[in-house]
Write a protein that binds this ligand. Structure first.
Ligand code: BGC
Length: 244
């Protein structure tokens, strides 16, 4: 079965058609920049543009960069504050006429890795961390998701959120070398380790392709490995929400 998977991020909206049995992308990936300000109506228009790009008529799975419960945004992450309380699935369905399944972006990236990727058949506590505009986290216990665990939003020192200190956008904003940024990211990994004592940490998001550049940061007491599907884990997991 094929599903259109859309991964909505603070910087880009990425989509592809996904074979939900294998996780394979059966189309090219398409990327649309997230509209400036990322307001609900503007983002919904780009989601409709994505659907149109693929001429898609079936169900759509969507990863979204906020806390999401039953299709509704309960926080605003790094997008517009007015998202809080928005029924995201209904908004996107209204624009496209299609059925949408929406869940947190890091939770769905984790789902792809747990079902079909680097966390397949791994028991115990597995945490997927997405490194991008923010720091997302998906927590799994014996393959089952604990939804909406928000490790990146925990305060750190003078930073209101850990992600303002150690995300990939912090690296770019503060023009940090990978070595310097890696030291910051390691603090986030150590915090994650101390909080959950996970058995495995999987890294997703844009930076998961570049772990060579910050390998010293990954030397903690828990194995830390890149996502099998790299930055596509978000798209694949989004599609998987339709068949959950
Ligand atoms: C949000 C999370 C999201 C992460 C990555 C954070 O700002 O609070 O819900 O998973 O960004 O997009």
């Amino acid at each position: 079965m094929e599903v259109l998977g859309i991964d909505i991020g603070g910087t880009g909206i990425k989509g592809a058609i996904v074979n939900v049995e294998t996780g394979e992308l059966t189309s090219e990936r398409h990327r649309i920049p997230t509209p400036v300000g990322a307001k609900p109506d503007d983002v919904a228009n780009e989601v409709a543009e994505m659907v149109q790009h693929f001429d898609w008529k079936g169900k759509v799975g969507c990863g979204f960069p906020t806390i999401v419960s039953a299709g509704k945004a309960r926080s605003f992450g790094n997008i517009d504050k007015s998202w809080v309380g928005v029924q995201i699935d209904e908004l996107f369905s209204g624009k496209t006429g299609l059925e949408f399944h929406v869940a947190n972006d890091a939770d769905v990236a984790g789902l792809a890795e747990i079902k079909l990727g680097a966390g397949k058949d791994v028991n115990g506590v597995v945490i997927l961390i997405t490194i991008g505009t923010g720091l997302g986290s998906g927590v799994f216990v014996d393959g089952k998701l604990v939804p909406n665990v928000e490790l990146g939003t925990v305060p750190y020192k003078e930073y209101e959120r850990f992600e303002f200190y150690a995300s990939d956008s912090a690296r770019k904003r503060e023009e940090l070398s990978y070595k310097k940024w890696g030291k910051r990211f390691k603090k986030f990994l150590l915090f994650t380790q101390q909080t959950f004592s996970p058995d495995l940490i999987i890294l997703g998001g844009g930076a998961s392709k570049k772990t060579e550049k910050f390998k010293e940061a990954l030397e903690i007491d828990v194995p830390v490995i890149p996502a099998k599907f790299e930055n596509n884990a978000g798209i694949i997991g989004a599609a998987l929400t339709v068949v959950q």
